[in-house]
Design a protein around this ligand. Structure first.
Ligand code: ZN
Length: 236
């Protein structure tokens, strides 16, 4: 009887190990590209906002800054992005990052091209919001809606819906900008993308309470858990 129980146990353990391996191999075929928004120095040279367009925008802007923490947005973006990278890797995804340092000089076209070249199944751009009102709060997820991105508009929207819903579940944050889903046709980083892409605004750094919250370990874990669940749902 003891032998039987032992055999049963060995069987259960090897099954679960095998099960994890299968899951990892499947997920390993999927690629996620993370683009932590901004960098320590803005690049005010300009580049076309979409292929073939004459309208130009700055290559990389400096982003917003925490009113309470005084933390620049590019620092928060990378903090959360590195945690997201680790969480997605744990799930077995292949993860690429457009930057892992602050002192870089990468334009939005270059960021999009980098993720195109990695054949990303999904690109997640990480940003934080700013507003003239200190009361503005909550999460919104942007997705492409331009003519230049016709091929990825609806798939990107699907990813945005999944990620937003899962983030609201884990963080209990409000949705900003109405329903929290914002189509954009004017973002260089979207318009040069050939693969599905979303931009997550984690919350408002101009809201003192939300700014402080976003820099805590526990809230960052909730943000990351929500994004990971959303990416998982979309890529499954
Ligand atoms: Zn930003």
């Amino acid at each position: 009887m003891k032998k039987f129980i032992l055999l049963l146990l060995v069987g259960m353990v090897s099954c679960s190990i095998f099960g994890t391996n299968v899951k990892r191999t499947e997920a390993a075929q999927k690629v996620v590209c993370i683009d932590p928004g901004h960098q320590s120095k803005q690049n005010s040279q300009t580049e076309p906002i979409a292929p073939g367009l004459k309208t130009k925008k700055m290559k990389t802007t400096s982003g917003t800054r925490g009113v309470a923490t005084k933390k620049p947005e590019y620092v928060l973006n990378l903090e959360v992005s590195l945690k997201l990278r680790d969480a997605l890797k744990k799930k077995g995804y292949k993860v690429y990052m457009t930057r892992t340092k602050h002192n870089v000089n990468i334009s939005n076209i270059q960021r999009a091209t980098y993720c195109n070249n990695k054949k990303a199944n999904l690109t997640v751009r990480i940003h934080a919001d700013g507003s003239t009102s200190r009361n503005a709060e909550g999460i919104q997820v942007l997705y492409p809606s331009a003519k230049a991105t016709q091929k990825i508009n609806s798939t990107s929207r699907k990813a945005a819906v999944n990620v937003l819903n899962e983030m609201i579940k884990t963080t209990k944050a409000k949705k900003s900008a109405g329903d929290g889903l914002t189509p954009r046709s004017d973002l260089t980083g979207f318009n040069w993308s050939k693969t599905p892409t979303i931009l997550v605004e984690l919350g408002f750094m101009t809201n003192p309470a939300e700014d402080r919250k976003m820099s805590t370990k526990s809230y960052q874990a909730k943000l990351v858990q929500g994004m990971t669940n959303g990416v998982n749902k979309y890529l499954k």
